[in-house]
Design a protein around this ligand. Structure first.
Ligand SMILES: Cc1cc2nc3c(=O)[nH]c(=O)nc-3n(C[C@H](O)[C@H](O)[C@H](O)COP(=O)(O)O)c2cc1C
Length: 172
């Protein structure tokens, strides 16, 4: 597992590449979300980092049907994990199958480590630990460009928006 702790100011992080092109895993641990499983993860390519409420934050978007959402909602923390390009197939797997049905983490060749109630991966190059500050479903009425509803939400499964304060950053 990565050991070195960075401050957000030290990070060389281009969200357009790291999130949009290389993708990330959103993960959470919970004792109560499921009788057998204690954590889950899912691939995401939408999200960002920035500053809000005088805090360094990341934000991510999770549709209601994601199994991972149960764990996020029952956890105080969420992690974002970033990997080298050799793990793109693993991220593809975690973005196409649900932890509800399979042990996709093992099938993807990833090893999860739980530390202080947060999910880390041995193979990750960078892990950002966030404390949940805000969660709200996107409201259909708030879309100014209504064409987004047709293109991104034909099933009206509007994302939950999570804003998390960045608490720790582990890298190589
Ligand atoms: C490249 C890629 C990006 C994705 N981005 C998101 C996202 O930002 N938000 C989301 O809710 N689902 C996203 N998904 C879909 C989830 O990763 C996918 O539905 C996953 O199987 C959910 O797993 P779970 O049911 O175990 O939580 C993405 C999938 C891929 C392949």
């Amino acid at each position: 597992m990565n050991k070195k702790l960075y401050s957000p100011e030290e990070l060389d992080f281009n969200a357009f590449n790291k999130i949009g092109k290389e993708w990330m895993l959103i993960s959470a641990y919970s004792e109560n979300a499921h009788p057998d499983k204690k954590y889950n993860t899912m691939t995401a390519s939408w999200g960002g980092v920035g500053v809000l409420w005088n805090k360094n934050v990341f934000f991510c978007f999770v549709r209601p049907q994601r199994f991972t959402k149960k764990f996020i909602d029952d956890s105080d923390t969420v992690t974002l994990s970033f990997f080298g390009e050799e793990y793109k197939p693993a991220l593809t797997k975690c973005g196409r199958t649900s932890g509800k049905d399979t042990d996709k983490i093992a099938e993807a060749g990833l090893t999860a480590v739980i530390q202080d109630g947060s999910v880390f991966f041995e193979q990750a190059k960078l892990t950002v630990v966030g404390k949940k500050l805000f969660a709200q479903y996107m409201d259909e009425n708030s879309f100014i460009d209504k064409s987004l509803i047709g293109t991104c939400y034909p099933d009206k499964d509007y994302h939950m928006v999570y804003v998390c304060e960045i608490k720790e950053i582990y890298g190589e």
